[in-house]
Design a protein around this ligand. Structure first.
Ligand code: DX5
Ligand code: ZN
Length: 225
């Protein structure tokens, strides 16, 4: 049985009430809070940054919150120290913007600041030729995020073509955390889990539901079963 982790994406939350949305999701059974940090360059959308994460960690304390920060930005390295200070638990950068020795170095920096590290790839990015496999083989990342939509916006349709990539990744790396993000709902979650994903992000599926706790438990059982 794989460790199941369900991560509501704050991108789908009421942006004017983020602190109470975080608390609400913890009450509903969230494991991690997925924070989409977007710079308006890597993706055509602009969201929140380290100062907001810092205030959220302060406001939801003393509860233990895991902030899973997905950096859809061109220059992730510049944000890492501020995110560590802000109380981020994990930092995910995109392999399309940092690769090779710079990616290895960024992984070491993130870990040296006490955070977990993950590498993300867009739907059309190959894990093999981009260097994601190399980072996994070197033990430099805790998790790989396979985007199942083009990053930028919530509410898009799940791309099943990504499942092959997840299957290959899982067969090569049985112990790594594999996260899927984009169009994940209780139906597509079954395919994600069958392909080997054990960490599921969902924005619209959770936030638009009348009973978010129920959706969270369906996502969790898709991974566990
Ligand atoms: C897409 C983001 C996702 C987004 C997912 O750029 O990385 O985290 O919030 O939203 P849904 O679950 O609605 O596809
Ligand atoms: Zn995301």
């Amino acid at each position: 049985k794989r460790r199941a982790i369900v991560c509501p994406s704050l991108l789908a939350a009421d942006q004017g009430a983020l602190a109470s949305e975080v608390n609400r999701m913890l009450d509903e059974g969230a494991d991690w809070l997925h924070v989409d940090i977007m710079d308006g360059h890597f993706v055509p959308n602009l969201t929140i940054g380290p100062p907001v994460v810092a205030d959220l960690s302060r406001r939801v304390g003393p509860r233990d919150v895991f902030f899973d920060c997905h950096l859809s930005v061109n220059n992730p390295a510049t944000l890492v120290p501020a995110l560590a200070k802000a109380g981020a638990s994990s930092v995910t950068f995109h392999i399309e913007v940092v690769n090779g020795e710079r990616a290895a170095e960024l992984c070491r920096t993130i870990r040296s600041l006490g955070m977990r590290v993950a590498v993300a790839c867009k739907p059309s990015t190959s894990c093999e030729s981009s260097g994601v496999y190399d980072l996994c083989e070197a033990g430099l990342v805790d998790m790989v995020l396979c985007l199942s939509v083009e990053p930028g916006f919530g509410g898009q349709k799940f791309k099943p073509s990504v499942l092959d990539k997840v299957r290959s990744l899982r067969s090569r790396f049985p112990d790594i955390d594999i996260q899927m993000d984009g169009g994940v709902n209780p139906t597509t979650a079954v395919e994600c889990a069958a392909a080997g994903a054990n960490v599921l992000v969902a924005g619209s599926a959770i936030f638009s539901a009348p009973d978010p706790a129920h959706v969270i438990s369906l996502l969790r059982s898709a991974i566990e079963n």
